[in-house]
Design a protein around this ligand. Sequence first.
Ligand SMILES: Nc1ncnc2c1ncn2[C@@H]1O[C@H](COP(=O)(O)OP(=O)(O)OP(=O)(O)O)[C@@H](O)[C@H]1O
Length: 360
Amino acid sequence: MINLRNVRKFYGALEVIKGVDITVEDGEFAVFVGPSGCGKSTLLRMIAGLEGIDEGDLVLNGQRINDVPPDKRGIAMVFQSYALYPHMTVAENIGFSLSLKKVPEAEIKKQVEGVAEILQLTDYLSRKPGALSGGQRQRVAIGRAIIKKPSLILFDEPLSNLDSALRVQMRAELQRLHRELKATVVYVTHDQVEAMTMADRIVVLNKGVVAQQGAPMELYHQPENEFVATFIGSPKMNVLPMTATRRDAGKVHLESPFGLAIDLSDDNGTVPQGEAKLGIRPEHLKLAQQGQGDFSAEVVIVERLGVETYLTVGSQQQPIVVRAEGDMTIRPGDRVSLTAERAACHLFDSAGRVVRSAQA
Ligand SMILES: Nc1ncnc2c1ncn2[C@@H]1O[C@H](COP(=O)(O)OP(=O)(O)OP(=O)(O)O)[C@@H](O)[C@H]1O
């Protein structure tokens, strides 16, 4: 339903969007995620028509809309700042775009009430934004967008001004709203947890290019590069420098400077010899009996969350994070033995491209 084909954007001589191809299907909840400055807001503003497109095609429902003005695109945008009119009531804010179009008062009232019901704002319609909580203001901003019945709704970091409890609640509400409205959503955030919990499709951006796009679990289990591997998942994947050698067919032998030596399967012989990086998530390093396991290391930091404990082990130059179940009695200074789950190991070449994925 929405296609970006080789889209580019320059600010002066600076290329900030460097030839991006993205497809979002009808009714999908797509999340564009990436670190600050990667170009996600610029991309969203280009879709909305608030920024020009220097090269490439923006196609909505089969029609190229590069030169269609923003108000003729049938797209609504919800901003991080909410951008509500402080002197208007909630009802007036939500109905504003209809009043501009000279829709009869009675019709506006009916539609505003319908939207307010979906957003659980019925009791607040006569209040002004100043007398609402952050979450309620956010819902008014969404109401103002959905009353236009857009085929596509764009969200630019809509939850970043809310506290963490409210963010969790709003994540669930946005998903419910998406199911009810059956609209296509493109949502921009730097928060990979928001991306993982809400998206049908995640587009990971890095420095103006798409690092990878796919379903959340696809990106989690089969990252195509070190950037996606370490961006998706919290705490992030450990990436350890190794030297790869081949001793037997179908296997690769890996050794690290800190004493980890393991063999991994490499059925197709795709892992080059020499410098490599082993990617392993904290949950795939298991505590072993003292003196057993693949390697041992000193515990530096212990973070107890009750249901799980995160241990940082190893040296300052090469810290490794391990997730252990439950409330561990381990203390900083203790030595632990660890085993790496072979099937969950990723290998990257020195340029960060995956050369061996975790085995399904
Ligand atoms: N008007 C502008 N003129 C020049 N450079 C700009 C302009 N707007 C954005 N940029 C640059 O373009 C790049 C992409 O910016 P953009 O706002 O899209 O990033 P972002 O991923 O949304 O970041 P954030 O999460 O911090 O909002 C950045 O390097 C930024 O400095």
